[in-house]
Design a protein around this ligand. Structure first.
Ligand code: 0X9
Ligand code: ZN
Length: 435
C-alpha cells in the first residue's frame, strides 16, 4: 500500500526521463539491474506509461511506433514495484536483460577498464577510449598533410580537446560541397564513435589511394568534416563509472546532479519542446540556457564556419536502426520533407546492399520517434540552414552492443555516406532553410 502510494505520488509529477538515483561520481556495477521491454499499443496510454516508468527507471528507448516496445533500465530496488504496476495495469513486458551487470562485464569487461592503459593502437575490434581516438586523429593529420586538416574546435567541460578532422582537397575551391559527420554526442551510444572513426578511416584510405572506383570518385569530389567523439567527458565516464550515462559532465548550480543532454541544448527553434526537462537530474536536461555547454558552442561554431559548403549534416546515435530527418521539435513536416526522405532512402538502400537483412525505419523524428527540441539535427537545418540534416540511430537493441558489430555497422555506414557525398556534390550552394 505504501509502495503503491509512492508510485502514484511520483507518477503525478509526470516528469519524463528522470534519473533513477543520484549516483553521480560513484561506480555503478548495474548488478541486479534489469532492462524491461514494455509493450503498449495504445498511443495515449504510452506517454503516461513512459512518464510513470521514468520515475523509477531510466527510459532507454521510447519509439513512437506502438508496435515497438518501450525499453527501461530499472534498479533492483524499483523492480518489484514497477513489475507490480505493469501487471496490475495489464501491460505486457519482457525481461530483455536479466542482469545488466553480468551483461556488461561479460560483453565489455566493464569496470576493469579503469586499470587498463587507455592509450592503445586504433583498431575496430574493440571500443576505443578518448585518448586513443585523439592520438589517432593527430597521427592521421601529421601523416597526410596534403588532404587532411585537424580542427581544434574547443574544449569540453573537463578540458578535453574537441577535434574534427577535415578530409578533402577542395577541388572546386570555395564552391566545394562538404559532408559533416559527428558521433558520440550521447555518451553511452558506443557504436556511434566507432562508426564515425570507421568511416573516417575509409575516407583516409580512399583519398590516399585516389581510388578510381566510381562511387569513391564521388567521395573525392567533396570535403568531409568528421568529429567522431563530441562528448568525450561523458564517454570516458561510461567507461569508468556509469555505462548508461548519457549527458556531458557539467556541474549544475543548485543541484548535486551533473550533466546536460547535449542533444537538447542547441540554440534552435523548438528548444525545450517535448521530451526535454529543466531538471538537472533528468537524463534529458536541456541546460540552463540554449547553447550553455562548451561542447555545443564549439561544435556549432565550427559548423557555422563551413555551413555554406556543408550540404549534408549527419549525426550518429543508437539504437534501433532509424534514419531520422527534421523536424524533431514538432510533428509538422518541413516543406522539403520528400526531398529529405528520398536521400534517407538512398542511404538505407545502400546499407541494404551491404547487408540485405538490415532494415532502417525512415521518417521525421517528431513524427515517427518522439518530439524533442533543442537537438543538433534541427539546429543544422533551421539555424545553420544546411539542406539535408539527419540523425541516424544505428542498429542494435541496447546501448551495450557486441564489439563484433563494429566493423559490419561501419561497412554499412560507409556505403550510406557515399550516397550522401554524391548528393552533396550535385546540390546547389546557398542557404536552404526550408522551414
Ligand atoms: O532523443 C534523442 O536525442 C535521439 N534519440 S536517442 O535515443 N539516441 O537519444 C533522437 C533525436 C532525434 N531528433 C530530434 N528529436 N530532433
Ligand atoms: Zn543518442
Amino acid at each position: 500500500m505504501m509502495r503503491l502510494s509512492v508510485w502514484l505520488l511520483f507518477s503525478c509529477f509526470g516528469l519524463s526521463f528522470v534519473n533513477t538515483s543520484p549516483y553521480d561520481d560513484v561506480f555503478e556495477s548495474y548488478d541486479g539491474h534489469q532492462i524491461l521491454s514494455v509493450h503498449s499499443n495504445d498511443k495515449a496510454k504510452r506517454e503516461t506509461l513512459r512518464d510513470a516508468l521514468a520515475e523509477n527507471c531510466d527510459v532507454l528507448k521510447f519509439p513512437h511506433a506502438t508496435a515497438r516496445p518501450i525499453d527501461v533500465l530499472c534498479p533492483p530496488e524499483s523492480l518489484h514495484r514497477v513489475k507490480r504496476h505493469l501487471d496490475s495495469n495489464s501491460y505486457k513486458y519482457d525481461v530483455k536483460v536479466e542482469d545488466v551487470g553480468v551483461k556488461i562485464r561479460t560483453e565489455e569487461s566493464y569496470g576493469t577498464r579503469k586499470k587498463r592503459a587507455s592509450v592503445l593502437d586504433m583498431t575496430w575490434t574493440d571500443f576505443q577510449r578518448y585518448e586513443t581516438i585523439k592520438n589517432w586523429m593527430e597521427k592521421i593529420a601529421a601523416e597526410n598533410p596534403s588532404f587532411t586538416q585537424l580542427i581544434d574546435m574547443g574544449r569540453s567541460v573537463e578540458n578535453r580537446v574537441l577535434y574534427a578532422l577535415k578530409i578533402g582537397t577542395s577541388p572546386l575551391g570555395n564552391e566545394t560541397r562538404a559532408v559533416w559527420i559527428d558521433g558520440g554526442i550521447h555518451a553511452r551510444e558506443w557504436i556511434s564513435p566507432t562508426t564515425a572513426t570507421f568511416v573516417l578511416n575509409e575516407l583516409v584510405r580512399a583519398f590516399k589511394e585516389q581510388s578510381s572506383d566510381c562511387k569513391e570518385k564521388g567521395v573525392l569530389s567533396v570535403d568531409w568534416y568528421v568529429a567522431p567523439l563530441i562528448n568525450p567527458d561523458g564517454y570516458e565516464y561510461t567507461h569508468t563509472n556509469q555505462r548508461y550515462w548519457r549527458k556531458n559532465r557539467s556541474t549544475n548550480s543548485g543541484s548535486t546532479c551533473r550533466g546536460v543532454d547535449l542533444n537538447r541544448n542547441w540554440n534552435v527553434v523548438g528548444y525545450g519542446a517535448g521530451a526535454t526537462s529543466d531538471q538537472p537530474c533528468s537524463d534529458v536536461f536541456k541546460g540552463p540556457s540554449k547553447e550553455s555547454e562548451p561542447e555545443t558552442k564549439a561544435i556549432g561554431k565550427t559548423i557555422l564556419e563551413h555551413k555554406d559548403n556543408i550540404r549534408v549534416y549527419l549525426t550518429l546515435h543508437s539504437y534501433g536502426a532509424y534514419w531520422l530527418s527534421a523536424w524533431g521539435y514538432t510533428r509538422t513536416l518541413p516543406k522539403d520533407h520528400e526531398k529529405q526522405i528520398t536521400l534517407a532512402t538512398r542511404g538505407a538502400d545502400a546499407i541494404k546492399c551491404v547487408n540485405p537483412s538490415r532494415s532502417y525505419t525512415i521518417g521525421s523524428a517528431g513524427a515517427i520517434f518522439y518530439i524533442a527540441g533543442g537537438a543538433s539535427d534541427d539546429w543544422a537545418k533551421a539555424t545553420a540552414e544546411i539542406p539535408y540534416s539527419f540523425t541516424v540511430e544505428l542498429p542494435g537493441d541496447d546501448f551495450v552492443i557486441s564489439k563484433t558489430q563494429i566493423i559490419p555497422i561501419g561497412e554499412e555506414m560507409w556505403a550510406a555516406v557515399k550516397e550522401m557525398a554524391a548528393e552533396a556534390a550535385r546540390h546547389p550552394l546557398g542557404n536552404d532553410p526550408a522551414i
